[in-house]
Design a protein around this ligand. Structure first.
Ligand SMILES: NC(=O)c1ccc[n+]([C@@H]2O[C@H](COP(=O)([O-])OP(=O)(O)OC[C@H]3O[C@@H](n4cnc5c(N)ncnc54)[C@H](O)[C@@H]3O)[C@@H](O)[C@H]2O)c1
Length: 256
């Protein structure tokens, strides 16, 4: 297996529907030992039985990505547990206040903008700083984006702006970390029914629209996103960095 014997960090598992969970399952099946950074105690209670079900020596650590102290402590907890360099990191975290996903983008508040950008975009930078220090033999970082970064998707609002910042951050990080043999890429996934997706107005209609219009005539599955993530995180993708790969049944290619 391409990823066997490696160590990785996964941020963003909230429950069994999370995209990060599908990626984690895939990586664990390929022999990667994982550290799961979860938001809070409530999330940990939900995620613990899932991680237990994977078997292996995976660990769960609580970490709110808006706190530098919690990020430092979470990585330090893995340092204490593992005597091996980190190979890969999955960043699958986003948040915007519900009121900023309801009205018009024009009405976005200063605070709503700050929160969405901090959790959904700056967190990649904060995580990359710490992960890169531990990727002593090179490594790979993957984050999750969406088409709302490039085009207007009504209702996606400030999250679209945050994803644009995330994708640009991915390119700048790829530039800075390239000399250290670390790749940084994003997957722009088509809509998938998850906890976060529930916060987006008209999400059900988005799924229907994509199924009707996408070149492949359907929506994507989390397993398909996970397969691309495993590829980007594995040795076969070592020449790919600063890239945004669309895993969206081709929907992004349409002009009309
Ligand atoms: N579901 C979709 O249609 C879709 C499409 C494209 C991209 N994405 C992106 O995929 C990623 C994962 O989302 P998902 O759909 O799996 O939903 P999800 O709700 O399962 O995952 C979002 C995760 O972000 C975590 N999170 C939020 N604030 C945090 C904080 N302050 N600190 C630490 N963790 C925090 C949550 O705990 C949760 O685990 C997100 O970046 C999302 O924007 C989702």
């Amino acid at each position: 297996m391409a990823n066997e014997g490696r160590y990785g960090v996964v941020l963003g598992v909230a429950n069994r529907r999370s995209i990060a969970w599908a990626i984690a399952r895939r990586l664990a099946a390929e022999g990667v030992t994982l550290g799961f950074f979860v938001l809070d105690e409530r999330t940990e209670r939900k995620v613990a039985p899932l991680v237990e079900g994977l078997g292996g020596a995976h660990r769960i650590v609580r970490c709110d990505v808006t706190s530098d102290e919690q990020l430092d402590a979470a990585f330090a907890a893995l340092d204490a547990a593992w005597d091996a360099p980190l190979s890969l990191c999955v960043h699958s975290v986003a948040f915007a206040r519900r009121e900023d996903l309801e009205g018009a983008f024009l009405d976005t508040s200063r605070d709503g903008f700050r929160i969405a950008l901090e959790v959904s975009a700056y967190s990649l930078v904060a995580v990359a700083q710490r992960a890169a220090l531990r990727m002593r033999d090179g490594g790979a970082i993957v984050t999750l984006s969406y088409l709302g970064a490039e085009r207007v998707v009504p209702g996606y609002n400030v999250m679209g702006v945050a994803k644009a910042a995330l994708e640009a951050s991915c390119r700048y990080l790829a530039h800075d970390l390239g000399p250290r043999g670390i790749t940084v890429n994003a997957i722009s996934a088509g809509p998938i029914q998850t906890l976060s997706a529930r916060g987006i107005r008209g999400f059900g209609r988005m799924l229907e629209h994509v199924a009707q219009r996408a070149p492949l005539g359907r929506n994507v599955t989390v397993e398909e996103v996970a397969a691309t993530a495993a590829f980007l995180l594995g040795p076969e993708a070592r020449a790919i960095t600063g890239e945004v790969i669309h895993v969206d049944a081709g929907y992004h290619a349409l002009g009309m």
